[in-house]
Write a protein of this length. Structure first.
Length: 229
């Protein structure tokens, strides 16, 4: 199953410090390639009908990098809209039905996370399906985790699993929020209360490259070899 894909790339990248003073975070390089290109490799393997990237901070630089690659651009102006608002603003480009979303500041080792998650989507039961990992396979991420996974696959807030930044979500779940800018955390909390927030565990490894230390961690992870299911 292949869904339209949205890559979140509008943020200011403040955790990157001086690395994002002259470029947007998705153009920070890991192993000689920009983060956005690592993400787009995974997207291409999944063969989505449409791919959308949202832009805000240093948007012209990222738009120039993506020019001619068949990527649809969702410009957030004058204000940045956060993850929920950004997804809703991009819906005219994405089309109707479930959407795969992913953050651009991560490196993966193992099977394609988009394909892995899409195969587990069940729209009859789920409002959102989040791809998670145990903390020992989430490099560069501190803390005990974001969600607890029940035996039936439902998620609740609490320690146990780290959210990877990849999900399948039914955009209809955004309808009840009136604000233009809002976080997807609000949507997830509402879905969890309804029993419609689900999780799947990624079998490989993932590295958070939202901070400078993550660059070296991701490079070392990539050198260590491929993790198979």
């Amino acid at each position: 199953m292949s869904f339209p894909v949205m890559i979140f790339a509008a943020g200011f990248g403040t955790r990157m410090g001086t690395l994002t003073q002259d470029r947007p975070k998705p153009l920070v390089e890991v192993a000689g390639r920009p983060l956005i290109d690592h993400a787009l490799d995974l997207v291409a393997d999944n063969a989505p009908p449409r791919t959308v990237v949202n832009l805000h901070y240093r948007a012209a630089q990222l738009a120039a990098h993506l020019d001619g690659r068949g990527i649809l651009l969702s410009h957030e102006t004058p204000d940045i809209l956060d993850t929920g608002g950004g997804l809703r603003a991009a819906l005219p480009l994405l089309g109707t039905g479930p959407v795969l979303t992913m953050n651009s500041d991560a490196i993966w080792q193992g099977s394609n996370p988009l394909s892995h998650l899409a195969a587990r989507w069940d729209g009859a039961r789920m409002g959102a399906l989040l791809l998670c990992l145990p903390p020992d396979r989430a490099l560069g991420h501190a803390g005990p985790g974001d969600f607890t996974l029940a035996p039936d696959g439902r998620l609740s807030r609490g320690p146990g699993l780290v959210y990877s930044g990849v999900q399948v979500i039914d955009p209809a779940c955004l309808a009840g929020i009136p604000e233009r800018a809002f976080s997807l955390n609000r949507v997830w909390d509402a879905l969890a209360a309804e029993g419609r927030l689900f999780g799947a565990i990624y079998p490989g490894r993932w590295c958070d490259v939202g901070h400078p230390e993550g660059i070296a961690l991701a490079k070392d992870m990539l050198k260590s070899g491929h993790v198979r299911d």
